[in-house]
Write a protein that binds this ligand. Structure first.
Ligand SMILES: C[S@@+](CC[C@H](N)C(=O)[O-])C[C@H]1O[C@@H](n2cnc3c(N)ncnc32)[C@H](O)[C@@H]1O
Length: 235
């Protein structure tokens, strides 16, 4: 990894160390729909070992742990991991473990996981890191295991689909008046500079999973720019 990658990880950790409470309190109904879609497509069973990439304070980990045998959360932010473990203990869940680690440096045993889930995280990774993580996820999964990624999926405005999503967002923010105009400006700069958020389109996600050797790759639109992409490791 380059020094630039190290710097990006340090910045990302600093941002999320401060966002535990605001992330929990400001969660939108749209996000709840994406969490529900990730869980639905994960198709969890009682004997499953699950890993949640970028677990935050447990939005996917905790409901998954109600079903699966064991869920391991991984997050760059130690504060998020602490909060997740507090919530798990509060809910009496003894099958949740977690580690504070950037996904770019995660190592798991080959063929050790039944289902890998991730929600609204991977747009924070560089495109190279996304591709590398999907390749490694295939190695970590048992044969027939499943990768389920929910995220904002949006390209750089080259396709009609991207342009329709962007136009709908701009219209929705503009309806909010001056506060909305500020959000348009802020998101426009972020989107162009690809500083904190680096989403890629649904088609690119499908290609990444296929290139990594996943089978039955499917993309499911959820709401606005949010979608779920999933694939199965070969048996
Ligand atoms: C938008 S929140 C989503 C949290 C949770 N998955 C959910 O569904 O609410 C993004 C999470 O990704 C984590 N994150 C961002 N970059 C990361 C990285 N490179 N490695 C691991 N976690 C990362 C942040 O700390 C944060 O908890």
């Amino acid at each position: 990894m380059s020094r630039l990658d190290d710097l990006a990880i340090t910045l990302q950790r600093a941002v999320w160390q401060r966002r535990v409470r605001s992330w929990e309190h400001d969660a939108s109904p749209g996000l709840a729909r994406v969490v529900a879609a990730v869980l639905e497509h994960a198709d969890l069973r009682a004997d499953h070992h699950v890993v949640d990439l970028g677990c935050g304070s447990g939005q996917v980990t905790l409901p998954a742990a109600q079903i699966a045998r064991h869920v391991h959360g991984v997050d760059i932010s130690p504060a998020m991991v602490t909060r997740l473990l507090e919530r798990a203990s509060h809910e009496g869940l003894t099958n949740v473990t977690a580690e504070a680690r950037p996904l770019e440096r995660l190592a798991l045993a080959p063929h050790s996981v039944d289902v890998i889930v991730s929600n609204y995280v991977l747009h924070h990774l560089s495109d190279r890191a996304k591709a590398e993580l999907v390749r490694r996820a295939r190695q970590w999964l048992k044969p027939g295991g499943r990768l389920v990624i929910g995220d904002m999926m949006l390209g750089r405005g080259h396709s009609a689909e991207d342009r329709a999503i962007i136009a709908a967002k701009v219209r929705a923010f503009a309806r909010r008046g001056p506060a909305g105009y500020w959000r348009i400006a802020k998101n426009f700069v972020r989107y162009l500079a690809r500083l904190q958020e680096k989403p890629i389109s649904r088609d690119r996600w499908v290609r990444l999973l296929l290139e990594a050797g996943f089978l039955e790759v499917t993309v499911v639109p959820v709401v606005a720019e949010a979608a779920v992409v999933l694939g199965t490791a070969p048996r």
